[in-house]
Design a protein around this ligand. Structure first.
Ligand code: HEC
Length: 115
């Protein structure tokens, strides 16, 4: 019984994950040369806690990237130069950040049910 529940649960997670895929315009870098978005998200989560605030800070950064707006640690700023991050129109940034948050938020919700 527990196993059936687990399989159904994982299937559901896949459907939700599909819907909230982070756009190619982000993963083109963030799955290769750039720091993984899960790491970036955890950093924002640690600094800002609330999802609304994380969204606001990320969209603000992505709309006009600068070293001052960057939330990354000094070492990372010096290595990656956030001021060179591609800028996105606020509507595009919002849409992408929504998907990013939805995806990253799925991870802690995966719990293995006990038999
Ligand atoms: C050209 C490659 C590239 C693309 C495209 C790209 N990123 Fe990035 N991103 C980076 C690099 C490199 C960093 C690390 C430098 C930095 O701190 O900004 C970064 C950092 C970030 C940060 C942390 C910013 C900070 O410094 O606080 C966020 C948030 C982010 N990216 C989100 C996105 C989203 C969302 C998209 C798609 C809309 C995207 N990125 C597209 C390369 C990219």
């Amino acid at each position: 019984m527990g196993r059936v529940v687990l399989i159904l649960f994982l299937g559901l997670q896949c459907i939700v994950a599909q819907k909230s895929l982070v756009p190619k315009r982000c993963t083109v870098c963030h799955e290769k040369s750039a720091p993984p978005l899960s790491l970036v998200y955890r950093r924002y989560l640690m600094l800002y806690s609330s999802k609304a605030r994380i969204k606001q800070e990320m969209v603000d950064f992505l709309s006009a990237p600068s070293k001052e707006k960057s939330a990354m640690p000094e070492g990372m700023k010096n290595r990656f130069n956030p001021q060179n991050h591609p800028a996105f129109a606020p509507s595009i940034a919002k849409e992408s950040v929504d998907k990013l948050i939805a995806k990253e938020d799925l991870i802690p919700r995966i719990v293995v049910p006990k038999d």
